[in-house]
Ligand binder design. Structure first.
Ligand code: IMP
Ligand code: MG
Length: 180
């Protein structure tokens, strides 16, 4: 990360308040339902772990890992499941937990894929939404916060697998070489 600078975007306190609000809403909407949370690895692991601690309903938790080719800072159209869920979701209410929606292709793919198992419903909860970058139409049911078209890291979200452990969310900018 030598040639990049991390600029604080969302503080721990702000994240905590956003996550608590989402959990309250989800607890209300899924009362009396059989909710299965499907967390997309790896980026959403920290968000999921905080979110579930605020839920006031009983839930099941499962994970998927997706690989998207074309790598780098942008996801391409080709997406594959490299680790599938292990819970039966037939007839259940599913809520996908994602770190950030960008083009929308990842979530479109996963929602279509999970729908094949005949769940009662499939909805989406994303911590961050880069709405300006959407390439496919996808309804995101719960959004923590909209962000501008910047590259973000921290709170589970990575830059080449680094920075996931940071408790705050930062945006990355290249350091101006003249200023060192
Ligand atoms: P989409 O399929 O284009 O919506 O891409 C969503 C995925 O791209 C997210 O799950 C992230 O893994 C990754 N991504 C998008 N924007 C960022 C970012 O600013 N920082 C890190 N990863 C990002
Ligand atoms: Mg991701």
């Amino acid at each position: 990360m030598g040639e990049y600078r991390l600029n604080l975007l969302i503080s721990r306190e702000q994240i905590a308040s956003i996550v608590k609000d989402l959990a309250d809403q989800i607890s209300k909407d899924y009362r009396e339902k059989e909710l299965v949370l499907v967390c997309i690895l790896k980026g959403a692991f920290m968000f999921l772990s905080d979110l579930v601690r605020h839920l006031q309903i009983s839930v099941k938790i499962d994970f998927v890992r997706l690989a998207s080719y074309g790598a780098g800072m942008k996801s391409s159209g080709r997406i594959e499941i490299t680790k599938d869920i292990e819970t039966s979701i037939e007839g259940k209410d599913v809520l996908i937990v994602e770190d950030i929606v960008d083009s929308g292709r990842t979530l479109q793919f996963l929602r279509d894929r999970l729908s094949l198992a005949n769940p009662n419903s499939v909805k989406i909860c994303a911590l961050l939404d880069k709405k300006a970058r959407r390439e496919v139409e996808i309804e995101v049911d719960y959004i923590g916060k909209e962000v501008d078209d910047v590259f973000v890291v921290g709170y589970g979200i990575d830059f080449n697998e680094t920075c996931r452990n940071l408790p705050e969310i930062y945006y990355v900018t290249p350091i101006d070489q003249q200023k060192g």
